[in-house]
Write a protein of this length. Structure first.
Length: 529
């Protein structure tokens, strides 16, 4: 009899563990992709940042040894790098290390609204080109200065003209096509038109990975038609591996690898030299651009390849560890049920194991998202809080699966607010200024489900919860920038699920406001009467 009593939990554990393994095996499956011809890319953007340091900081520095080590990592996959400034570590240190490694350099000159800084940039760049004549490939006078509205096209054209008078190297400027189109005076001065093609940042609605190569070809064809006969190159092109989805453009490891490989495969037919953004992930870019800004590299921040340029690519290469973690969650839930419950129906054993596995899976997935997004201590604390919130939600869902929710009936107000306040805050921020904000859907799914499962007690009308529910009801759908954006739709649905237990308060709030307004009106009428 005792052996028979252990069969249901063991069967539930075995089935759910198998399903977890199967799910992760599918998520981590190797995806066949076309190979990069020769396994090498033409050119890669390079900024010598380490440990999250920003090259924009006044005290930014890096050692020649670190830059030499970077060149050794990049050498097998490219023979060219593009820099963005000629000052500090980005200037002579990089040029010397690249020359030693036999890597060509597109020498960047950072142009801004500061005329004195511009003069220094130009002088240093010309000195670098003179010191490394076999390494300097061209001079890029300015990067997206027109897009940033820091200078007029006429003034930039004059700067380019002055640089051309001092060098025999080809001189160019780099920006997205729209600002080339608006400033033909700049195109008239450069030797080469350098355009940026960054589909993930396209407005108003970026295209998805399935149609992006045709989209890229369309931009290039338009640029060629606008500047017929003008030499042209692609100064930046790429796809991020992490961060929020915009429109149909979903960042992922497989999508980044697919974009680069498919583009490199058609580069010969396009007939333009190209530069991939970028060689190494730049964690510091998460501050101005959100999580997505830090994950455009071919190498990760530790200088390890994120994927191979040939052969299949896996989105979750360490999926066996994730599968084991999910199975451990099911085991933990079954163990808790054996300790807390004297006997359960077979369906409850399966529900309990599924709740444990789902909790562990959510924690694994969101843990990766939180680590990718965390910029500093505050970001780590916020990510840790949401991770613990997801764990707590999973515990309450598992207790409901065991049948223990019937004894608790409703979650205490403090627990509801620990979920609702961050959810409402996040929903408002994403709705109002969501371009660079991630969707923390995974973190709120289990807490949202717990709120519904424990919503069994009719409570008195609560003004605060009515307003919070209304905010979720409105702001969630406002995050949808395209019906192709599955991540945004999932977030909107999560907000609606969070608002559902507050439906009575949401409905009651307009009636309460009307009642208050009537009383005020009656009071005013009485005083005037």
């Amino acid at each position: 009899m005792r052996t028979a009593s252990f069969l249901p939990p063991l069967a539930a554990l075995a089935v759910i563990a198998f399903l977890s393994f199967s799910l992760w095996a599918w998520l981590g499956r190797p995806v066949p992709l076309p190979d990069v011809p020769g396994g090498r890319l033409q050119c890669l953007s390079y900024t010598p940042s380490h440990d999250g340091s920003s090259p924009l900081d006044a005290d930014f520095t890096t050692s020649p040894e670190q830059v030499k080590a970077d060149m050794a990592r990049l050498k097998p996959i490219t023979g060219c790098i593009r820099t963005y400034s000629s000052l500090g570590a980005q200037g002579e240190v990089v040029a010397a290390a690249a020359a030693e490694a036999g890597i060509m350099v597109q020498v960047g000159i950072w142009i801004s609204a500061d005329d004195k800084a511009n003069t220094k940039e130009i002088d240093h760049a010309l000195a670098i080109a003179a010191a490394h004549p076999g390494t300097a490939k061209n001079l890029i006078v300015g990067n997206e200065v027109l897009l940033r509205r820091e200078m007029t096209g006429e003034k930039l054209a004059g700067i380019i003209r002055s640089v051309k008078a001092r060098t025999d190297l080809p001189v160019t400027y780099a920006d997205i096509f729209e600002f080339w189109r608006r400033n033909p005076a700049v195109a008239a001065e450069v030797d080469v038109v350098t355009i940026h093609v960054l589909p993930h940042w396209d407005d108003p609605t970026p295209v998805g990975i399935d149609s992006v190569q045709a989209h890229v070809r369309g931009i290039i064809d338009t640029a060629r038609a606008t500047f017929p006969g003008k030499a042209m190159q692609i100064g930046e092109i790429g796809w991020p591996s992490a961060g929020r989805t915009r429109g149909a453009a979903a960042p992922s490891l497989v999508n980044e690898a697919r974009f680069l490989r498919e583009f490199a495969l058609q580069a010969d037919s396009i007939g333009l030299p190209y530069n991939i953004i970028e060689g190494v992930d730049q964690p510091w870019k998460r501050l101005p651009e959100g999580t997505v800004g830090g994950y455009w590299g071919v190498l990760d921040k530790d200088r390890n390849p994120k994927f191979s340029l040939t052969g299949p690519v896996s989105e979750w290469p360490n999926w066996p560890l994730a599968a084991a973690f999910s199975a451990a969650g099911a085991l933990l839930a079954i163990g808790a049920a054996l300790a807390l419950c004297k006997g359960m129906q077979v369906t409850r054993w399966f529900a309990t194991a599924a709740a444990g596995a789902a909790t562990a899976t959510a924690l694994w997935v969101f843990g990766n998202q939180a680590m990718a997004a965390a910029i500093d201590l505050s970001g780590a604390v916020w990510g840790g809080y949401l991770w613990l919130l997801s764990a707590a939600g999973g515990i309450f869902v598992a207790r409901a699966a065991m049948g223990l929710a019937a004894f608790e009936r409703s979650l205490p107000a403090i627990l509801r607010w620990l979920v609702l306040i961050p959810a409402v805050t996040t929903a408002l921020l994403i709705a109002v200024d969501g371009r660079h904000r991630d969707f923390p859907t995974i973190a709120f799914l289990l807490p949202a489900l717990a709120l519904i499962l424990y919503d069994r007690v009719k409570r008195e009308s609560n003004t605060a919860e009515g307003w919070m529910g209304g905010a979720l009801l409105i702001c969630g759908p406002l995050a949808i920038d395209s019906f192709e954006n599955r991540e945004a739709i999932a977030w909107a649905l999560c907000c609606l699920v969070l608002a559902y237990p507050l439906r009575a308060h949401i409905v009651a709030e307009p009636a309460r406001l009307l009642s208050v307004l009537r009383k005020q009106k009656d009071g005013n009428d009485h005083r005037h009467g």
